[in-house]
Design a protein around this ligand. Structure first.
Ligand SMILES: [Zn+2]
Length: 123
């Protein structure tokens, strides 16, 4: 990576919020997204919330855009990410662009979590 790209990424890194402060995301019916795992673009290591910083904005009801950077200590590089997340019925759909196409994956909340949500909604 050229120096100015690295400097820009480092500056952005310090100006963004830690992902731990942004998650979990809650959707209208109680479905939640607890964490996102991002693969390092350089070495494919899985980067969890403590290695992610960014921002969340609501695009439309129950759909959020999550964007930011994931930092890898192993190869000392940053991976940029930008996702669209929507959630309902305990399933969160995550979408992102890969070249010209859109990749879509679904993350299922655990049954225990759904039960807890259901119970808390009744009280
Ligand atoms: Zn890496």
């Amino acid at each position: 990576m050229p120096d100015e790209v690295v400097i820009k990424a480092v500056t952005q890194w310090y100006s963004e919020k830690p992902m731990k402060m942004l998650l979990p995301l809650f959707f209208a019916d109680g479905t939640r997204l607890d964490q996102l795992e991002i693969d390092c673009a350089q070495c494919a290591r899985v980067l969890r919330a403590q290695h992610q910083r960014g921002m969340v904005c609501m695009v439309m009801a129950d759909t959020y855009r999550l964007k930011g950077l994931a930092a890898c200590d192993q190869c000392r590089s940053f991976t940029r990410f930008s996702f669209l997340c929507s959630g309902a019925d305990g399933v969160v759909t995550v979408e992102w662009k890969k070249g010209e196409s859109v990749v879509r994956t679904q993350v299922r909340a655990t049954w225990l979590m759904r039960l807890a949500t259901w119970l808390s909604r009744r009280t």
